[in-house]
Structure formats: structure tokens, C-alpha cells
Write a protein that binds this ligand. Structure first.
Ligand SMILES: [Zn+2]
Length: 219
């Protein structure tokens, strides 16, 4: 497959992929537990309508591709469908190198950087990791089209609660970070977020939540 064609096909963000996966498993579940054909058809139509709303401006081909989810009969088919969708259509997070990461955190000394080669960039809406040496939590996000690094620490970390980024109930910690509030002044901001950013990226079904979280930090 040539690059241009592949790019044309990549039209789904990580959060949208998670949303589609949710719908896919709901369809299959209904398929296997509800006998009433009209109900099953209704669920499929409703799921597809929600996906269309979530990804506006799809081409005919893209819509036809996603419409295949209404024909899935069981979990095996669902998994195959989702794997292919991820492989061909999910837009990866901006490429990162060790140098790029270090530039995003100019104040950090001996920054512990995760193994970038081991990351699945297609499954990231943001990158987060815990630096065990500095006891810091680092986030790399795309904000208004640019990469930004956010350094902070976790307080109150033995909590179950709602994450401000993915809005799921899970293991969260208060992420405290200092943001610039004036020319030379800083203020602390705190938000409960998932301790495990891998889990968070899998739970995130609406990028707007992440954007609100970032607006709160940067504005
Ligand atoms: Zn989360």
C-alpha cells in the first residue's frame, strides 16, 4: 500500500477507536443475547448513527468500512474487525524521539524516558509515564497542534475516583503541576487522573475531555 493511500485511510483518532470498539462489543453482545430481530437492528442503526456523529465528514468508503461493524456476529469477528481497523485507519500520535522528549522538559535532570520503540503510538491520545527516580509524572500532549510537556507529581494516590482525562472510574491520583500564571509567577493546579496512562488511553472515548483538562492547565 502506498503512503498516500494509507494516509487517506487513517481517519480515526485513538479516542474514536475506543468509542467504536465500545459500540462493536455492544452490537455483538446484543446479537448474542437478544432474540428480537427489530431490537438487534435498532441497536445496530443507533450505534452506526452515534459513530457517524462522532466522526463527521467521512468519505463514502470510510463510512462503508465502519458499516461493516453492523454485520459482526461474534467476539472473534469483532476482534478481527477492530484489529484491522486499528492497523489501517488509526492516526498515530506525533512521532517522538529521545531528543524531542528531552526538549519538552528542559528543566528535568536525567529524565527517565519510556522505551519509545515499545510504544504503540496509534493507541495514544497522550503519553504519560512515571519517573521513578524523580518521583514525577510526565505527560506529553498535543495542544492546539503543538506538542507540550507537562511535569507534575502525584498526591493522594490511593484513591478510586473519576479521571479528569478519560472520565472513567478507576485508580486515580491527584496530579499536581505548576503552571505559569503571570510573567514570573506560577500557580499550582491539581486534577485527579488515572495513575496508569495506558489504561487511561484505552478508556478515553471523547477527546474533548482531554482538551478541557488541558484548557484548565494552560488557560
Ligand atoms: Zn483516565
Amino acid at each position: 500500500m502506498d503512503t498516500a493511500k494509507k494516509t487517506e485511510q487513517m481517519f480515526i483518532r485513538n479516542d474514536q477507536y475506543n468509542f467504536i470498539a465500545q459500540q462493536v462489543y455492544f452490537i455483538v453482545h446484543t446479537q448474542n443475547t437478544v432474540n428480537h430481530q427489530d431490537t438487534r437492528d435498532g441497536v445496530k442503526l443507533h450505534a452506526m448513527a452515534k459513530v457517524r456523529e462522532m466522526i463527521p465528514g467521512m468519505t463514502e468508503n470510510q463510512e462503508a468500512l465502519l458499516n461493516r461493524m453492523t454485520e459482526l456476529e461474534n467476539e472473534t469477528e469483532a476482534r478481527t474487525f477492530l484489529n484491522e481497523l486499528k492497523r489501517d485507519c488509526v492516526i498515530p500520535f506525533q512521532a517522538l524521539t529521545k531528543k524531542k522528549v528531552e526538549k519538552l522538559f528542559p528543566k528535568a535532570k536525567k529524565l527517565q524516558i519510556p522505551d519509545l520503540d515499545a510504544l504503540d503510538f496509534q493507541r495514544l491520545s497522550y503519553l504519560g509515564w512515571f519517573d521513578t527516580r524523580a518521583h514525577k509524572q510526565y505527560l506529553i500532549v498535543e495542544y492546539q497542534g503543538r506538542l507540550k510537556g507537562i511535569a507534575g507529581h502525584f498526591a493522594n494516590s490511593n484513591n478510586k475516583g473519576i479521571c479528569s482525562i478519560c472520565n472513567h472510574l478507576g485508580e486515580v491520583a491527584l496530579f499536581v503541576t505548576k503552571v505559569k500564571s503571570g510573567k514570573e509567577t506560577y500557580t499550582s493546579r491539581g486534577n485527579y487522573i488515572c495513575k496508569d496512562s495506558h489504561v487511561c488511553n484505552e478508556n478515553l472515548t471523547d477527546i474533548k475531555k482531554l482538551e478541557v483538562f488541558l484548557d484548565h492547565l494552560f488557560q
